[in-house]
Design a protein around this ligand. Structure first.
Ligand code: C2E
Ligand code: CA
Ligand code: CA
Length: 698
């Protein structure tokens, strides 16, 4: 039995160490001699203190002494301690000592310890500690905060950098895992727990989670937490985990910005088209459920383009931001204001119980937009036009609702701007007609349904007619004669105006060629050119130049009538095109003058030969009227700038006389002749020798 015990002791590297309480002497078993690499022949243990000092290191001796002090009859009778020793051969070893003390009447009877050589395990542990230390050093050196979590005890060491990241001083945060958990944003906790559990369960090789941490100053910081379990118990339960926190606040802010930009307009911060659609979808669902109605408003700023073109884009931006603010201040919190792009805004008004209740809101918006806009040093006035459609009254689909609101807006603009207009079924019909006309336009152009009529332009000083304006007419096979006011805008929006304009030019050129021989050698025809043509045509002007030459005509046989809006386009393209006309000798007239935005002096930088005073000034022309004063001023200024003046819409002899008295050069209007076909024009010409047109009352 003794032999068996010895064998077991040597195998397990254990031995017995007993202290006799009465004498203080120590007895070792065979295993102890083996552990300390000695023999009973070489060494005989003496007292507990002496024997301990013989084998244990100085640091371990301190532990032994303090342990002995703690082991008293009242407190504890068992011990469990790891000690470092030096063997009789000088080897450094570790032993694990466990045992009991037996007391009687407050006196120690005996103390027995079982010692086990645990050097190998200890070395392995120390090696691990070593790699951990290195790892931690590596982690710290990345600049991240490091955490070291003892999962079973809940102790968590946080590196200096980690606590500083959240605004704390080192040592200010207790070393408990609950500290960081409590500072984690509640919204981020569930995912964090899921990620952690997945790693604990061995589903992921490392743990990684992004969450917000509450800083000392109350702010939130986004962090990326990464880590790994480095120690598990034999059952596989995680014991220890180590990892880092990386500050990703900037990256998160960047991501938020990208998201923001995808759904919001960067200039005004309002929801953009995409976001509006999302919201509208939700609102429509709600309306459906609650049997409610909602209103969609399309708001378009009047004259925004002019502001943008004359005062620059920066000021245009300022105006848009202010306009957005004003619109928003007119509606309730629950209503959505979005910017669709450019100067177009959309408002969704929810819970519209009664359509008539909308009116105050609409008036409020119009009024707000009429107020002066202070843009830096400039004061600007714009107004707004609003188109309104109702869900579910007018339509139920978003596409249809948008179309309706657009049509209503179109009407509001057409009716003179600065007003609102509700969508109506009649509008719907008109819109459908527009669509049909657009389709018919193309075939009309090919099917020769178009023709030109000519209106004489009379020289007010002599009564001579050496000029005419060519105006297009459309003889529609089923609808009859359609006015250009109806189809020119459609041709413009479909781009067909380019082809049409080319046709007008060719017709007019042939006509002027004829009339130069039959009527007057200096005959001149004006044609109207849409701004869209200027933007589309790449070398249209050179082509016109060549075409005229091919007909043996000088450029001066033609006048191109343009509108002010074109001149406000500051792009080089327009001024280049105008320059080309001038180079070809083709003259330029500014149509509908006085209705637009630009001052006469603004025209100086362009090569303008004629201004055409708009009909609205001529219509109410009577002696001593404001209009007469305005006409006079326009004539004087135009002459000062070297331009000739044509008055449009002259319907009475009085108008003609008053204009002639202002020094106006030419006049055009029903009083002389309506626009007529070429043969009728020739007849008119033959019937009216120059002075006849100057006789009052004829
Ligand atoms: P606009 O260039 O201002 O043309 C003058 C318009 O006033 C013409 O209308 C003409 O018939 C009308 N008019 C002439 N005298 C009088 C008058 O004494 N009283 C009244 N109340 N009206 C008078 P129209 O022919 O219906 O043309 C309308 C507009 O369509 C034109 O206005 C022009 O902007 C456009 N347009 C006409 N032909 C063409 C064309 O070939 N190309 C382009 N791009 N636009 C054209
Ligand atoms: Ca014209
Ligand atoms: Ca005109």
């Amino acid at each position: 039995l003794d032999g068996l015990l010895t064998a077991m002791q040597s195998l397990a590297q254990v031995g017995g160490w007993e202290v006799d309480g009465a004498t203080g002497r120590v007895y070792w078993t065979e295993g102890i001699y083996r552990i300390f690499q000695t023999s009973p022949e070489e060494y005989t243990p003496t007292t507990a203190l002496e024997t301990s000092m013989r084998v244990f290191t100085r640091a371990s001796m301190e532990k032994v002494i303090s342990l002995a002090g703690h082991l008293s009859a009242e407190q504890s009778s068992s011990h469990d301690i790891e000690l470092e020793a030096i063997t009789f051969r000088g080897e450094r070893i570790w032993v694990h000592a466990t045992g009991n003390s037996i007391w009687k009447d407050g006196k120690l009877v005996s103390r027995t310890s079982v010692l086990q050589n645990i050097t190998e395990r200890k070395q392995a542990q120390m090696a691990l500690q070593d790699t951990e230390d290195r790892w931690r050093l590596a982690l710290e050196s990345t600049g991240d905060g490091v955490w070291d979590w003892h999962i079973q005890t809940g102790v968590e060491h946080l590196s200096k950098r980690l606590v500083e990241m959240y605004g704390f001083e080192e040592g200010e945060v207790p070393n408990l895992s609950t500290e960081l958990d409590q500072r984690t944003h509640p919204d981020d906790r569930p995912q964090m727990d899921r990620d952690r559990d997945a790693h604990f369960a061995g589903l992921t090789t490392s743990y990684s989670n992004e969450h917000r941490v509450h800083c000392k100053d109350g702010s939130w910081k986004w962090v990326l937490s990464r880590g790994m379990v480095i120690d598990r118990d034999p059952q596989g339960q995680p014991l220890r985990m180590i990892g880092t926190h990386t500050d990703i606040t900037d990256r998160k802010a960047g991501e938020a910005l990208v998201r923001q930009q995808a759904f919001f307009d960067t200039l005004t911060g309002l929801p953009n088209r995409r976001m509006l659609r999302d919201r509208l979808e939700q609102e429509i669902k709600r309306c459906k459920r609650d049997a409610q109605q909602l209103a969609i408003l399309f708001i378009d700023l009047d004259h925004f383009k002019e502001v943008n073109d004359t005062l620059g884009h920066d000021n245009g931006d300022l105006l848009l931001v202010e306009a957005a603010r004003r619109i928003q201040s007119c509606v309730r919190e629950a209503d959505t204001v979005a910017r669709m792009g450019g100067d177009e805004f959309t408002v969704v008004l929810t819970e519209v119980a009664d359509v008539h209740r909308l009116e105050p809101t609409l008036q409020k918006i119009l009024h707000a937009m009429e107020q002066v806009f202070q843009l830096g040093n400039e004061q600007v006035f714009v107004s707004a036009s609003i188109g309104i459609t109702l869900y579910p009254l007018d339509a139920t689909g978003i596409e249809d609702l948008f179309k309706n609101a657009d049509q209503a807006l179109y009407v509001a603009k057409g009716a003179g701007r600065n007003r609102f207009s509700f969508f109506t079924p009649a509008l719907q019909e008109a819109a459908q007609t527009r669509v049909r006309l657009a389709n018919d336009l193309r075939s009309g152009l090919q099917g020769q349904q178009f023709r030109l009529v000519y209106q004489p332009i009379v020289d007010l000083a002599t009564g001579a007619v050496h000029k005419a304006e060519a105006l297009i007419r459309w003889q529609h096979p089923t609808r009859g004669l359609i006015s250009p006011d109806q189809f020119i805008p459609i041709a413009e929006s479909s781009g067909l105006i380019v082809e049409m304009g080319q046709w007008v030019f060719e017709q007019a050129a042939l006509q002027v060629q004829a009339w130069r021989t039959t009527l007057h050698p200096d005959f001149q025809i004006s044609i109207n050119k849409s701004p869209v043509q200027f933007h589309h045509q790449s070398q249209g002007n050179q082509r016109w130049d060549t075409q005229l030459r091919a007909l043996g005509l000088p450029g001066s046989c033609m006048v191109v009538e343009i509108t002010e809006g074109l001149l406000l386009d500051t792009s080089d393209r327009v001024s280049d095109r105008l320059m080309e006309l001038a180079d070809a000798g083709i003259q330029v007239a500014l149509d509908d003058f006085g209705t637009g935005y630009s001052a006469l002096s603004y025209l100086q930088r362009f090569d303008i030969d004629f201004i055409k005073i708009d009909q609205s000034f001529v219509r109410h022309l009577v002696p001593d009227s404001t209009d007469l004063a305005l006409c006079k001023a326009m004539v004087v200024m135009a002459h000062a700038l070297g331009m000739k003046v044509v008055a449009e819409g002259v319907e009475t002899a009085q108008q003609r006389d008053l204009l002639a008295a202002t020094g106006c050069d030419y006049a055009q209007g029903y009083w002389f002749s309506r626009p007529v076909s070429a043969p009728d024009f020739e007849a008119f010409w033959a019937a009216h020798p120059a002075p006849a047109l100057l006789q009052s009352g004829s």
